[in-house]
Design a protein around this ligand. Structure first.
Ligand code: ZN
Length: 264
């Protein structure tokens, strides 16, 4: 069975990059509007500073931002570099998913998963929330897509979601009992259920391990340079997103390395 890359080649890569940039633009809309409780469909894009509608030619991913010098055409207010950066990141992730996917279902799932993780990381970093509209939609999509997949089973998707939600819920519960303060929110639990729905039981364990290690390192680093303390609240969703995406691309390889450490 041919992979999407074997079928479509470099042409497919180009399409993945272009659609990745365009969907990256929509990821920006999600990041701006979901935490504010606004509709993600209407009204059309407008400048947050002056409210002027953004014309189609000023809404081309990355290019428009560069041509306008990072400013609104109407009022000149600066437009955050986060917009082109998220578009570029989404475009790059889509190309990588296209190169990695072994079949159509893995391609569709991987594209959705990568963009959802990117949106969740950006929202959690700025607002410290993980909207249900992304996490729960992700749980459902991960399970539904598994029925069309030859690389994973619905059983693995369901088990992954249950383990993802279950483990983190247990850790959060125990942490609160022992430390006497809330360590993680329910948003983190739902996000890990989403990761499990896409990556299955092993993938979700790799994700949570990578997220915990990188999150702890970042927390200790922040304390070391005097920018945080033990009570500081890290946006754990950012690390879960990074861990989930890393596990999607490298999970099998990491598990192989891990097994090779054990004597036979
Ligand atoms: Zn403006």
């Amino acid at each position: 069975m041919s992979t999407p890359f074997e079928i479509y080649g470099p042409f497919g890569c180009g399409l993945a990059a272009i659609f990745g940039l365009v969907v990256g633009s929509f990821v920006n809309v999600l990041v701006h509007r979901l935490p504010r409780g606004e509709s993600v469909i209407s009204p059309p894009s407008h400048c947050p500073a002056c409210g002027a509608g953004i014309r189609a030619r000023d809404n081309v991913p990355v290019l428009s931002w560069l041509l306008l010098g990072g400013r609104c055409r109407v009022c000149g207010a600066p437009i955050s570099a986060r917009y082109p950066l998220l578009e570029l990141a989404n475009g790059a992730l889509w190309v990588l998913v296209f190169l990695k996917a072994r079949d159509g279902a893995e391609l569709a799932g991987g594209l959705f998963f990568a963009s959802a993780c990117l949106a969740l990381a950006a929202i959690d970093a700025e607002f410290q929330i993980l909207p249900d509209k992304i996490t729960l939609t992700g749980v459902a999509s991960g399970i539904v897509l598994s029925f069309f997949s030859r690389t994973r089973t619905p059983g693995a998707a369901l088990l992954g979601a249950a383990i993802g939600g279950g483990i983190l819920y247990l850790i959060a519960f125990l942490y609160e009992k022992i430390a006497g303060q809330e360590g993680m929110g329910l948003g983190d639990v739902k996000m890990l259920a989403m990761i499990g729905a896409f990556l299955g039981p092993r993938g979700v364990l790799v994700s949570v391990l990578l997220a915990s290690v990188s999150g702890s390192a970042a927390g200790l680093g922040a304390i070391a340079v005097g920018r945080g303390d033990r009570k500081m609240r890290l946006p754990f969703g950012v690390f879960l997103a990074a861990g989930g995406v890393a596990a999607f691309f490298l999970g099998d390889w990491l598990l192989g390395r891990y097994r090779s450490l054990w004597p036979r």
